[in-house]
Write a protein of this length. Structure first.
Length: 92
């Protein structure tokens, strides 16, 4: 059933000319060097400190490790993080 749903989402995205990340509700990460990270399609912040940020995604969570991390912008579905980013971990 999951495979059929994925095919349907891909087909819908193609027909409607919608990016797959929006149609399938998956996160989009845009990283500039190791100092800036933009995450779209998140579901909320679970933990935040200067060394660690944990975000809820539609399927799992994303852990960002680094130093001097700060959240520059946070909106309903987008977060902009700045600081020295050392590691990204996807947790299913």
């Amino acid at each position: 059933m999951r495979r059929i749903r994925k095919k349907f989402d891909q087909w819908t995205a193609g027909i409607l000319d919608v990016p797959e990340d929006i149609a399938q509700d998956i996160p989009r990460l845009i990283m500039i060097g190791n100092v800036r990270l933009q995450i779209e399609n998140h579901r909320g912040v679970l933990h935040f400190s200067e060394e660690r940020l944990l975000l809820t995604l539609s399927r799992g969570s994303l852990e960002i490790l680094g130093s001097n991390l700060s959240i520059r912008t946070i909106m309903a579905e987008e977060v902009l993080v700045e600081g020295v980013i050392r590691e990204l971990k996807y947790i299913p």
